[in-house]
Write a protein that binds this ligand. Sequence first.
Ligand SMILES: Cc1cc2nc3c(=O)[nH]c(=O)nc-3n(C[C@H](O)[C@H](O)[C@H](O)COP(=O)(O)OP(=O)(O)OC[C@H]3O[C@@H](n4cnc5c(N)ncnc54)[C@H](O)[C@@H]3O)c2cc1C
Length: 286
Amino acid sequence: MRGFPPSMTLLRARSASEAVRLYAENPLAIPVAGGTDFMVSWNMGLLNEKTVLDIAGVREWAAVEEAGAVLRVGALATHAQLRDHPAVRRDFPLLAQAAATVGAVQIQNRGTLGGNIANASPAGDTFPALAVYDARVLAVSRAGKRSIPFVDVFAGVKKTILARGELISAVELPFLISKPDRQVFRKVGTRASQAISKTVAAGLLWLARDRTVAKARFALGSMAPTVRRLKAAEGFLAGRRLTPAVVDDAVALLAENVSPIDDIRSTAAYRLQVSRNILRSFLSPQ
Ligand SMILES: Cc1cc2nc3c(=O)[nH]c(=O)nc-3n(C[C@H](O)[C@H](O)[C@H](O)COP(=O)(O)OP(=O)(O)OC[C@H]3O[C@@H](n4cnc5c(N)ncnc54)[C@H](O)[C@@H]3O)c2cc1C
């Protein structure tokens, strides 16, 4: 690769089995897929003397395909693929909408879903959608394969539970049994593109025949070290009618599952207020 510092060793995998073997043999190697986060580290000089494992050529991890009860999205599927894919747009529209907000078109063309997850930023824009769709992450290493509930993949800011030598191969999205009555995706940043989220939200809601809430799922990013499902509000809403008082109480419960901070992009107070506004308008549409 032109421009690579001579001190950097580049390993290239052309198949899944080769990627797993090379990573097992070089457990300190840094995987690279689309390279959008990787390039930032490169520019900061953090990759000198490192071994890099390029997995971009593993074509079997790039497909988006139906597999029985799930849509299997290969780890190398790009945000552009997710944004445009008919099955993602039809069955998992919040994920397609989220992918369309990542960076701008250039980043969407190169950045992958696996890279977004492995990077484990608190502000990963696909995360709330994956959380409300109850996605699972498929990981593979020489020790074998495992399927991890999406929200359990994260151990903290920029940390996952993936072991050394373990790669994300795909994400599985279970098809919803019934169409939600309401759904929302909202990203709030400083600009329409190339903005890191101040808060990012996804929600699904099903109503019963008697107009009580059959099921509610709501998740927030940029509001805690890792993506959070609003379990307190979800549990409270189940079986209740969406009266103004119930909506007020559900919105008040939002704070139970998040711990926003002040940083260069926003304040904790702003993040909390905007997230509450999103939840309120989702529960009580005009
Ligand atoms: C200008 C810019 C704007 C951005 N805007 C956004 C944004 O709005 N929203 C957002 O969510 N993100 C944003 N990002 C972050 C980044 O583009 C995404 O996280 C992207 O999805 C990363 O994918 P990638 O394939 O490029 O990852 P890479 O850079 O190739 O890798 C990222 C990390 O994941 C690891 N990795 C990659 N693939 C795997 C795998 N299959 N298994 C295990 N580990 C793996 C790598 O070792 C590395 O640590 C932005 C980045 C830039 C540079």
